[in-house]
Design a binder for this molecule. Sequence first.
Ligand code: PBG
Length: 324
Amino acid sequence: MQFPDYRPRRLRKNENFRRLVRETIVSIGNLVYPLFVVGGKGVKKPIASMPGQFQMSVDNIVKEAREAQELKIPALLLFGIPDKKDEKASGAYAKDGIIQQALKSVKEAVPEMLVITDVCLCEYTSHGHCGIVEDGRVLNDATLELLAKTALSQAQAGADMVAPSAMMDGQVAAIREALDENALEDIPIMAYCAKYASSFYGPFREAAESAPRFGDRRAYQMDPANADEAIREISLDVAEGADIIMVKPALPYLDIIYRAKQEFDLPLAAYNVSGEYSVIKAAAQAGWLDEEKTMFETLTAIKRAGADIIITYWAKDAARLLNK
Ligand code: PBG
């Protein structure tokens, strides 16, 4: 195929030709909408670093769930911000914890909506690390027990799927075992397998009030320089029983998404994280780019790289666009 016999522009002439040969389709059914739950009533507090996103009390989370349902979004991902934090992250696995309350109310009001819960301790610990800290170190095995307890408590409160994001070794196996022992063998695990120590989480840490009080997360989250290691991390989680594998962040790690799709035969999720959202929001607010088009190009790129599922703060905007 060579010019002038082959002219690729022939099939780009108008929108119907472009639609006809389009390779990648973003669909609402593959979107997951993350939300931040806080205590109180009638709370809808804007998150300054993430324009258009809010910390919401359970009553408003329920409203949001209804709206998401109307837009045909299949799933929410809930993050909890407890009133009190402590060394042991008690709020994460408390029976009346903020996530447990949100689960009960959302599942009651909008039963078909899938509610996925983040399984991590950083939002609940006073020091902001994802596990138990001793002498300035995050302990792996002691943390596993609390992660398993948290996942179990969430599943018992009605979570449809749990998503461990703490990056502790062995967390998927620990959670699978706890669920199975409690007759919750039907609850799937979406594992944050390849989660990088990324600066793109900056805005989220304001949203979830989960920035570490000392040090950083590089002793448990992955080094952004590594790709082969992502494959090893995913292999471990698959062996431990992950039902859905995840790469996070998305845009700066499209190569990892691509490789994960080639090498593993499981549904693959990508997390289009807070920083990826906020940089585009900020640029759009400055009038430097078109938010809707840039958002859609971003989601398309993540899908094209191989993601089956996209977790994105733009879920509602994307759904509105796709429902048109
Ligand atoms: C940890 C967690 C984080 C995100 C999701 N789960 C933050 C972190 O690891 O510091 C980041 C999500 C985002 O930036 O949108 N529980």
